[in-house]
Design a binder for this molecule. Structure first.
Ligand code: ES4
Ligand code: ZN
Length: 330
């Protein structure tokens, strides 16, 4: 209880959060009803009971099914507002939020609807609470690079209208068999356009994918990166270059990337001087929001209050905020 209060009070940023992964079963059912979408689960509790995953793919199947209830601008707004309220309770001062347009445009939802609903919630939250946020448009790596390029083409006409929010891109979905190099031309283009670059790597995939994301895609930050530990030279580089890893402990546990939280390498990496941060990934599916991730890590890995403070400090340092805005939060 005292530790939870301490964690919530730490000024922090959330850097690895899929907005579609914040859809709680209650909201999935409410939106399904509102939109007349059929679900393959009879009740909220039956859906929640299905949240037992063997690996990333078994989660992704449910995550994409859950996102199918998102139809209108209000749906994207309601989902985003629910997350921002929860983030505020956990002491999040700044959030960098990924969204997966391909999951929605493939169902006939327009790019404009997606951007408008999410952005309305983020701008309203900024105005009423002072919590800032950015959007990272994430491409689905299980689909061809051409489809990612077409998604970028569909979003670029909206860039000016959302320039206060949409500052970067990411790469997510099934990692194994979909190495970063498949998206080299896409990332080259996004870099030329001035977007900040991140990618999921080293979650289920090998350390070599982390190296490839850095060298071939030119990313500034790695989402997950926990399998970097399998390559000592890579670990030395991550430490020397202060390359941030956005680690998601409860996600890694639920997707069986680690068998036991006490074996998680977050603390080892922190103590080796790597710029690790703690994040929630898909909190509605993985059993906790950002403060729950800090708490589970603290309890299982014996993190000191100083170390928890360093993790929170790292999250602001590793954000894509301008240096002056970081300084104001630190
Ligand atoms: C994801 Cl945990 C994770 N990994 C890869 N892609 C994702 N999309 C949403 N959550
Ligand atoms: Zn993720």
């Amino acid at each position: 209880q005292a530790l939870t209060t301490f964690i919530r009070g730490l000024p922090k940023a959330e850097l690895h959060l899929h907005i579609e992964g914040t859809l709680e079963p209650e909201l999935i059912f409410a939106l399904a009803q509102r939109n007349g979408v059929a679900l393959s689960y009879p009740s909220i509790s039956a859906l929640r009971a299905a949240y037992q995953f063997e690996d990333l793919q078994s989660f992704l199947d449910l995550y994409y099914a859950g996102a199918s209830v998102l139809i209108t601008e209000d749906d994207f707004y309601d989902m985003t507002m629910a997350y921002m309220r929860r983030a505020q309770d956990d002491g999040v001062l700044h959030a960098e939020i990924m969204f997966d347009p391909q999951t929605h445009t493939s169902r006939g939802i327009s790019m404009a609807t997606i951007f408008s609903g999410i952005a309305r919630a983020l701008r309203e939250t900024r105005a009423t609470t002072g919590i800032t946020s950015y959007l990272l448009l994430s491409f689905l790596r299980h689909l061809p690079e051409e489809e990612a390029m077409a998604t970028l083409d569909a979003a670029l006409p909206l860039r000016e209208q959302y320039q206060d929010l949409w500052i970067g891109v990411g790469l997510d979905s099934a990692e194994r068999g979909n190495p970063p190099a498949r998206f080299a031309r896409l990332y080259d283009r996004c870099g030329q356009l001035g977007f900040r670059l991140t990618a999921h790597a080293g979650e289920e995939g090998p350390a070599a994918y982390v190296q490839e994301a850095l060298d071939t895609l030119g990313v500034e930050r790695i989402d997950h990166g926990v399998r970097s530990e399998e390559d000592a030279a890579l670990m030395a580089r991550l430490a020397a270059q202060r390359i941030p890893l956005t680690v998601c402990p409860l996600s890694n546990l639920k997707l069986q990337v680690v068998d036991d939280m006490r074996q998680h390498n977050l603390a080892r990496m922190l103590r080796q001087g790597i710029m690790v941060t703690v994040n929630s990934d898909d909190p509605a599916y993985f059993g906790g929001y950002i403060a729950d991730n800090y708490l589970a890590s603290a309890l299982s890995l014996d993190l000191t209050r100083d170390e928890l403070g360093t993790l929170a400090h790292n999250s602001i340092s590793a954000s894509f905020l301008p240096e002056a805005e970081k300084a104001a939060l630190l």
